[in-house]
Ligand binder design. Structure first.
Ligand code: HEM
Length: 531
């Protein structure tokens, strides 16, 4: 996913998902005296009814001052270190702390059990953050909201349609062949790219390759067509889309202010809002082209009395459970959400494999023993490859959670960690900090895909210390699609190549740019295995 909330709230930077997470100022937290006046005398908590005196107010909650936050973010470029700041603040202020940017307040929750408390208490239509600027763009252009930007009943309606189609592993298993066609092209592309280098082995900036793979893969499922991202010459309309997506990403900081800047100031500082609208225009245009194309095909098949067969888009167009505008909006938002998230995870996973040849060898052995040489894996094979699953989990759930945090706006008054949190408070769930806690994962800093192998049905490693796809009714709708794309690509890459770090690559650290991405290009060597 690229960006799961409104891109305008500086406070939500603790949990931003690129454009996907952020929102507007306006003092909408309504916390007046930090919630104290709103606190009832007695309050129900998971431990029972607690007297008011036992509960602390937000005034008593520790956290950095507004000034130190401003210096951290605007002077010391904290925007690219949000994941590290999470860890630092966790050490300094504890499991739950507050941050203020002017009138805005965010309560950060950096503890597995407290995250569980918050998420288990959520209602039927949880809200991640303020999506005003997303909605404003859609109103301006007369467009619908999609799953990411919708709230309340609109969201519930669309979610209930989509969850029946793609939420279960068996729903997406049918896309194995489509994804494997894209994997074929990925492998061919690796061979072309490395042949262009003097060592015949290096692929520069693997994220560029995985970006194209992820875009091709998710489009094959969403649009039921191939886009040509992995071809030597990318078709112009696909290139235009890639440019719009890159604009959304590269102008992340600028567009972040798009909704935060008061509307009257837009005439004086027009660029952020203009870029924001311009990139959305490009993303929607692309969906219109592909959805309309499929719609014409279906209409023509029906006119000729032919049976209409197809996948996700065909189903949505035929059943009309969502209207056409809602379909445009949903495929646009899903494509946006599904490309960088998957590609960064693949980049990090490949990098970890290259840095740990012994572990790579173990995974290769597992693949060879289970599948045999040359076999093409499908979704049905993945459960028999626990180390491949462990590789993805260890990458995504722990060392490089592509969404280092997530957000929730409380729908009711809550007590969390002994503090009264009034309804309407913006919470930041600090997944990066919890995924690297030794208390949650022993030797947390180590890369150990085998920690995820379950000895029996009762043995579960999963916990709220690491929920890379979120939790509950508002969790990632594309999880199974992303997993399918990542598993099938990694299996085939490992079968075919020994992956090594290129001497051109120094130690690559993570930086936050909405998502947790590599701070420098990852260049890897792909050397043919002698099976
Ligand atoms: C490695 C890949 C991915 C990761 C780590 C990821 C992670 C997430 C997370 C953390 C959320 C927020 C969940 C919550 O608030 O509880 C989310 C929401 C969402 N994701 Fe993903 N995602 C990925 C891939 C995808 C793909 C491939 C698609 C689409 C095909 C997608 C579509 C969405 C949508 C539409 C939402 C909003 C759901 C809603 O609000 O109801 N994501 N994702």
């Amino acid at each position: 996913m690229s960006a799961l909330t409104d891109i305008t709230n500086k406070n939500q930077l603790f949990f931003t998902v690129r454009a996907l997470h952020k929102s507007a100022a306006s003092g909408s937290f309504g916390i007046a005296a930090s919630g104290e006046e709103a606190m009832p005398k007695r309050f129900p908590t998971p431990e029972g009814v607690v007297e008011k005196t036992a509960i602390k107010t937000l005034n008593e909650m520790p956290g950095p001052s507004t000034l130190s936050n401003l210096i951290e973010f605007f002077w010391r470029d904290g925007f690219s270190r949000i994941h590290e700041i999470q860890m630092e603040h966790r050490k300094m202020y504890g499991k739950i702390f507050k941050s203020r940017f002017g009138p805005q307040l965010v309560v950060s929750v950096a503890d597995r059990d407290l995250v569980a408390e918050v998420l288990r208490a959520e209602g039927v239509a949880p809200q991640r953050g303020n999506m005003e600027s997303w909605k404003e763009y859609r109103d301006l252009r007369g467009r619908s909201t999609g799953l990411i930007s919708a709230e309340g009943d609109d969201w519930l309606k669309m979610r209930s349609v989509l969850r029946q189609l793609i939420m279960r592993p068996r729903d997406v298993a049918v896309f194995s062949d489509d994804v494997n066609d894209v994997v074929d092209d990925l492998i061919k592309r690796v061979c072309i790219l490395r042949s262009q280098q003097s060592d015949g082995a290096t692929v520069h900036n693997v994220n560029d390759l995985f970006f194209k793979y992820a875009m091709e893969g998710v489009s094959a499922i969403l649009y039921e067509c191939r886009l040509g991202c992995l071809e030597n010459k990318i078709p112009q309309e696909t290139q235009d889309y890639i440019d719009a997506l890159h604009l959304m990403f590269s102008s992340f900081k600028t567009t972040m202010y798009a909704g935060a800047i008061p509307k009257w100031l837009r005439t004086i500082i027009p660029k952020p809002w203009e870029e924001f609208c311009h990139s959305w225009d490009g993303l929607f245009r692309f969906s219109h082209i592909h959805v309309n194309k499929r719609l014409s095909e279906i209409q023509s098949q029906l006119e000729h009395g032919k049976e209409v067969k197809g996948g996700l888009l065909t189903h949505m167009l035929i059943t009309k459970e969502m209207n056409l505008e809602e379909i445009y909006a949903n495929v646009t938002e899903m494509l946006l959400a599904g490309v960088d998230t998957t590609s960064f995870t693949l980049s990090w996973a490949s990098y970890l494999l290259a840095q740990h040849p012994d572990i790579q060898q173990q995974i290769f052995t597992e693949v060879m023993t289970t599948l045999g040489p040359g076999a093409i894996a499908t979704a049905d094979d993945v459960p028999r490859l626990p180390l491949i699953r462990g590789l993805v989990k260890e990458t995504l759930s722990r060392l490089f959670p592509v969404l280092p945090g997530n957000g929730r706006v409380t729908q009711d008054d809550l007590v969390v960690g002994g503090y009264f949190i009034p309804k309407g408070t913006q919470l930041a769930l600090c997944h990066y900090a919890t995924s690297l806690e030794d208390e949650n994962f022993s030797e947390a800093i180590e890369f150990r895909p085998d920690r995820w192998i379950r000895k029996d049905n009762t043995d579960r490693v999963d916990n709220f210390g690491s929920i890379p796809f979120g939790y509950g009714i508002r969790s990632c709708i594309g999880r199974r699609i992303a997993e399918l794309e990542m598993h099938l690509a990694l299996i085939r890459l490992i079968q075919r190549f020994q992956i090594g770090v290129s001497p051109l690559t120094a130690d690559v650290k993570a930086k936050t740019h909405g998502l947790l991405c590599p701070s420098a290009p990852i260049n890897l060597q792909f050397i043919d295995r002698k099976n």
